[in-house]
Each structure stands twice: as structure tokens, then as C-alpha cells.
Ligand binder design. Structure first.
Ligand code: UDP
Ligand code: MG
Length: 322
């Protein structure tokens, strides 16, 4: 590692956050100085189209604790966090959103828990401010569905705002999977984990970078990555359909024989049933496709992200990392 004496690393993914960067830096400095420990801020510029990179460059020039990993394009939040984690060297690492929805002040509480011996301290949102009912509803639903159907216990209402011990970060860094759902992967790793509660603030500046399409993709990564339930429900559906068929076929045939043309004269029933059954089949083909596509991602073995440049790191590491 570049500098072994750093105690805390903070990772912030940045996508079009020009209006938040200065305030984020200011609040992190204020909080981290209270720890009287060495720290670094690793900001990952995830292909921003605004002046985020310039702002980060400026910060890095004036504050040697700020380091910047600059992606070649937008690779998405989870990969930005991944790259950040892989570029840290602190004994504990804190992941924080750049929009100040995650209050930096909570970091002190997390550090206290870490000092008590917990390796993962995740932040649980007891309340979310300033978000649309749609976002609140889908988020609530998402966390509950994930909780029900995944094989690892992912704590409810937690995001990526968390502190992780170096041991956990090293394991995460060694997990090569492409479709990353970091909070699930952290739960899967285990160790002593605990939560601290907070009220999630409004975004300070700008709009959410998670439009519906990205949210759906994120949810699919979480579900497919941590659960076989969607593959397994096929068997229940096929049982139900088979049972209906077994009961209905003799009844319909019997009625038809007895009543002739008067019973279900046209083709309507056939068409309706055909539509219903093929929609089931297509849906489950989609489900299978989701798993197959992810298998393809893994066997193709492409790098997770491409780094275009780095600022503030002492010795340049390999530019492109897995
Ligand atoms: N983000 C990113 N790449 C993306 C989308 C988002 O690095 O493609 C960053 C964003 O800059 C922010 C964090 O991920 O720091 C969370 O995004 P956002 O606040 O938009 O999500 P929300 O809080 O609305 O769920
Ligand atoms: Mg946000």
C-alpha cells in the first residue's frame, strides 16, 4: 500500500456533484480533525459531465489528504465505490454519498463502535427527508423484498453509508464479481456487524442520480446476486398451471361432448389461455436471462472499471484494476 500510516479512509462516489463537493470536503475536514488521526478522502469521479472533476482537482492540489480516481466514463455507483475501496489504505474505511444525505457527523459514532471491536458499522435510516413518496415507497418495498428472498441477512433500510475494517475491505476487494451489490456482499462476509441510526437528510444540491431504470437494474443485481428464489418460483407456477390443466381438461372436454357447439363456440378461450401461458413463459425466460447474462458477465472477465487518471496518490498503481 502507498501509505501504511493512514488510519481512516473515506470513499465518496461522485457523479455530477459540482455543487456538493466543497461542502462535503468542508464537513469531512471538520469531523475528521476531531479524531486527531490521519485520514484520506478518496473521491471517485464516475464520469461526471459537470465541473466535478475540476473541483476535485482543485481540492487535491490544496489538500494532500484528498485523492481522486477519475473514471474513463460513468460506470455506476457500485463500481465507483468499488474503485474507491480498492484505492484506500486506511485501517478503517467509510463509504459516504457525496450529496450530504449521509451526515458526516455520524462517522464519529461509527468510529466509536469500531473501537469497541465491530468490523462493520452500517448506518440505518430511521427517517428519510425530502424524498418523493415514490422513492420512499419503492425503497421500503425494495429493502423488505430483498430481506425476504435473499440468502444473507441484509439489514433493513441501510445503504452503503458504513464503516468497514481493513479486514473486511480486503475481502471485498478480492471478490471479483461484476454485478456488485456492496451492502449484500458486506453482509455475506460476516464478522461482527452493528448499526447506528440516523435521519437521512435531503440532498443538498442537484437531483438524484438514480432514475427508475438505474433503480430497477440495482434491484435486479441485488436479487439475482443473492437469491435463487426467482428461479425457484417457476416450479410453483408450473405446478399450479398443471393442476388447473389436469382438472380443467376433462371438465371442458366432457361439457363440449355433451353440449356440442353451444359450449365455447369460438376460439376466444384458446386465445386467452395461449396469451396467458406464453406471457408466463416469456416472463420466466426473462428471469432465466437475468441469471444467464450475469454468468456471461463473469466468464467474460472484463475489468470492473477503467481509470483514466489519478490525482494525489504517491506512487501510481496499475491504472486498470479488476
Ligand atoms: N453516483 C455515482 N454514479 C452514478 C450514480 C450516482 O457515483 O452513476 C453517486 C452520486 O454522486 C452520489 C451517490 O452515488 O454520491 C448516491 O447517488 P444519489 O444521491 O443520486 O442516489 P440516491 O441518494 O438518490 O439514492
Ligand atoms: Mg442521494
Amino acid at each position: 500500500m502507498v501509505n501504511d500510516s493512514i488510519r481512516f479512509s473515506i470513499v465518496a462516489p461522485i457523479y455530477n456533484e459540482e455543487g456538493n463537493i466543497d461542502e462535503l470536503h468542508r464537513r469531512i475536514v471538520e469531523i475528521m480533525d476531531q479524531t486527531h488521526q490521519t485520514w484520506e478522502l478518496v473521491a471517485v469521479n464516475d464520469g461526471s459531465r459537470d465541473r466535478s472533476l475540476e473541483k476535485l482537482q482543485y481540492l487535491a492540489q490544496h489538500d494532500s489528504r484528498v485523492k481522486v480516481v477519475n473514471f474513463a466514463r460513468n460506470f455506476g455507483h457500485q463500481l465507483a465505490v468499488t474503485a474507491g475501496l480498492q484505492h484506500t489504505c486506511g485501517e478503517a474505511v467509510i463509504i459516504i454519498d457525496a450529496d450530504l444525505q449521509d451526515p458526516p457527523e455520524l462517522i464519529l459514532e461509527m468510529i466509536a463502535k469500531w473501537n469497541e471491536g465491530f468490523q462493520v458499522v452500517y448506518a440505518v435510516r430511521s427517517e428519510r427527508k425530502g424524498e418523493s413518496w415514490f422513492k420512499l415507497f419503492t425503497a421500503k418495498l425494495f429493502y423488505r423484498v430483498i430481506y425476504q428472498i435473499t440468502d444473507v441477512d441484509i439489514p433493513l433500510d441501510t445503504g452503503d453509508f458504513r464503516l468497514m475494517d481493513r479486514a473486511v475491505v480486503d475481502i471485498l476487494n478480492a471478490m471479483p464479481e461484476h454485478n456488485r451489490f456492496i451492502r449484500g456482499m458486506t453482509s455475506w462476509i460476516g464478522y461482527k456487524q452493528t448499526g447506528v441510526y440516523y435521519v437521512r437528510d435531503e440532498r443538498k444540491w442537484g437531483n438524484t442520480k438514480y432514475p427508475l431504470a438505474k433503480m430497477v437494474r440495482f434491484a435486479l443485481d441485488a436479487i439475482v446476486g443473492f437469491s435463487y428464489f426467482p428461479l425457484q418460483i417457476m416450479i410453483y407456477v408450473s405446478f399450479v398451471l398443471a393442476t388447473i390443466a389436469v382438472i380443467a381438461i376433462p371438465i371442458i372436454s366432457g361439457l363440449r361432448l355433451m353440449m356440442g357447439e353451444r359450449f365455447f363456440g369460438g376460439q376466444a378461450t384458446t386465445i386467452v389461455l395461449l396469451l396467458l401461458l406464453s406471457s408466463f413463459q416469456l416472463f420466466f425466460l426473462f428471469v432465466m436471462g437475468q441469471y444467464v447474462a450475469r454468468i456471461f458477465d463473469e466468464v467474460r472477465g472484463r475489468p470492473l472499471y477503467i481509470v483514466a487518471s489519478k490525482i494525489g496518490f504517491d506512487t501510481p498503481k496499475n491504472t486498470n484494476q479488476q
